[in-house]
Ligand binder design. Structure first.
Ligand code: GDP
Ligand code: MG
Length: 173
């Protein structure tokens, strides 16, 4: 299949918020309850038809470096979409979204399409971060926003599609 667009999407956010689970869910439709801790950068790819275009989606998972805040600007090279994830049951992970956005601003191109994702929506009874706080942050930062559950596969496809549509819009401008 030839591709009209190669979307290179980087996922950042604190350790254990569910970044790898979200990618696995989107790419392979699977969920792993064990925490797999890998070093280095993981690349995974999927082909999708979005807005009448054949899109090759490449996911770049930070795979452990986020623990040491060791995301280098090299990781942002060529990135044309960014996902920043927090865990709705972990307030600190939400407060750190500002940090991840700042790093992206320093390292990436201007007008990078970004979506902020509040993950673990299935644990709504343990929620520490009200949905409205995520919405307000996204409005202030000019990004997209969604709450999802990688575990229940709730909203995962939709949030990546929302970002990819934005990437397509930006490319056509
Ligand atoms: P990462 O460090 O950000 O890549 O996070 P992982 O994808 O490795 O997930 C960390 C832990 O959270 C694992 O034990 C996952 O099973 C769990 N997890 C990930 N997503 C969800 C979710 O949507 N709901 C729940 N309940 N647990 C999740
Ligand atoms: Mg991971």
């Amino acid at each position: 299949m030839t591709h009209d667009l190669h979307a290179k999407i980087l996922i950042t956010g604190d350790a254990s918020v569910g970044k790898t689970s979200l990618i696995n869910r989107f790419i392979d439709d699977k969920f792993n309850d064990d925490h797999v801790y890998t070093m280095g950068v993981d690349f995974s790819r999927a082909e999708c038809r979005v807005s009448g275009q054949n899109v090759l989606i490449e996911m770049r998972d930070t795979a452990g470096q986020e623990r040491f805040k060791a995301i280098t600007s090299a990781m942002y090279r060529g990135t044309n979409g960014l996902v920043v994830v927090y865990d709705i049951t972990d307030e600190e992970s939400f407060e750190n979204v500002a940090y991840w956005l700042k790093i992206a601003q320093e390292s990436a191109v201007d007008d990078l399409p970004i979506i902020i994702i509040g993950n673990k929506l299935d644990k709504n009874e343990d929620r520490k971060v009200p949905r409205e706080r995520g919405q307000v942050l996204a409005i202030n930062e000019g990004t997209q926003f969604m709450e999802v559950s990688a575990k229940n596969n709730d909203g995962v496809h939709a949030c990546f599609m929302q970002l990819i549509k934005k990437i397509i819009m930006m490319q056509n401008n």
